[in-house]
Design a protein around this ligand. Structure first.
Ligand code: FAQ
Length: 312
């Protein structure tokens, strides 16, 4: 089949809401854009383990520790599903990791903020996983089969993550005056960075138009951000916590008008100048280098097993 015919078939599938699969023909730009988005998503899941991992030894009870451990392990799993989905596009895991280490590939801005208290762990689950779900529910309908299937599985786990965070923040908000203050402080610091997770406004989002046409992205950055705000503000009200936005206003249609996001801060963090960028990347590089022997041993074991199979 010539390329024009293959392209026609590709667009027919997109229009019919059929998934594009790894062996299907796809435009080069579509493939590159998917690698960019899926790999950045995978890096976010793995780098996102760092701020939470820091609290495993400080969890206030054995139950809290077990739940946090399970959640962090889930995030590692999400990273693995996503790296695997990305590899089906013909790029190796080593290349993806190299791009992260050389700062050619990004990861979510939110993980460059410090997690300072146990209330922050609650706020991360409530707000960060909450924002992630809103985005990822939409991505379940993405046009690339392996990404879409990974999203279905990830969303099931993210909803447990959001609830564990909301449980912690509820306990803190209903605790002593000091604990309540910690919950409010966590919300004050993490609210705006959580809104930035959805990316720049639609008018400033260079990748959106193509990604929406290809149905890689199904809903716009602004629409998803608004959905997250409308879901989350009532949850804060139930807890008696206040959203740190003096311009927040309930409108007649039930949605919330909100204040101006500090986009300068967003771009600073994305360009590597957030409070924890250096720490997060250095830690990933160190762990990756120290884990080299594990990867070598796993490859050697795999090779010896396949020799045994051939010999048998
Ligand atoms: N941080 O043109 P757009 C999680 C970049 S969830 C850093 O609008 P796009 C779960 C963007 O890459 C978090 N960079 O881009 C968890 C682009 O740069 P490039 C991860 C950002 O792709 C919870 C440039 O700005 N979720 O980890 C950000 O169409 C707790 C222009 O932006 C996903 O990745 C940002 N916030 O839309 C784990 C979801 N926003 O590549 C552990 C999948 C934008 O051209 C603990 N990704 N940029 O150099 C997406 O839906 C999209 O990629 C967006 C950005 C919506 C994030």
């Amino acid at each position: 089949m010539d390329e024009a015919k293959q392209e026609e078939l590709f667009w027919k599938k997109i229009e019919a809401e059929e998934k594009i699969e790894p062996k299907d023909w796809m435009p080069e730009d579509y493939r590159k854009n998917l690698i960019r988005q899926i790999s950045q998503h995978a890096h976010s899941e793995v780098i996102g383990m760092q701020p939470e991992g820091n609290w495993i030894t400080r969890a206030p009870s054995l139950r809290a520790k077990k739940v946090l451990l399970a959640k962090i392990q889930d995030e590692a799993g999400h990273g693995l599903y996503l790296y695997s989905a990305c590899e089906t596009l013909g790029v190796s895991r080593d290349t993806l990791i190299e791009q992260l280490h050389q700062q050619k590939a990004k990861y979510s801005s939110i993980f460059n903020y410090p997690v300072l208290s146990w209330a922050d762990i609650g706020a991360v689950g409530w707000l960060v996983d909450g924002a992630a779900i809103v985005n990822q529910v939409s991505l379940q309908r993405t046009s690339y089969g392996p990404y879409s299937r990974a999203m279905v599985r990830i969303c099931k786990e993210e909803s447990f993550h959001q609830r564990q965070g909301y449980e912690i923040i509820t306990q803190m908000a209903n605790g002593t005056a000091e604990q309540r203050e910690m919950a409010q402080d966590a919300l004050n610091r993490l609210w705006w960075p959580s809104l930035m997770m959805f990316g720049p406004t639609d008018k400033d989002s260079p990748n959106s138009a193509k990604a929406m046409k290809w149905k890689i992205k199904r809903e716009s950055n602004d629409l998803l951000r608004q959905r997250f705000i409308d879901k989350t503000v009532p949850q804060a009200e139930i807890l008696g916590l206040s959203i740190p936005d003096p311009d927040l206003e309930l409108q007649a249609d039930g949605s919330y008008k909100f204040g101006e996001i500090n986009w300068q801060e967003f771009y600073d963090v994305v360009q590597g100048n957030g409070p924890c960028n250096k720490q997060r990347l250095d830690h990933h590089i160190k762990a990756h280098n120290e884990g080299a022997w594990v990867r070598e041993a796993a490859i050697a074991y795999g090779m010896s097993k396949s020799k045994e199979t051939i010999a048998a």
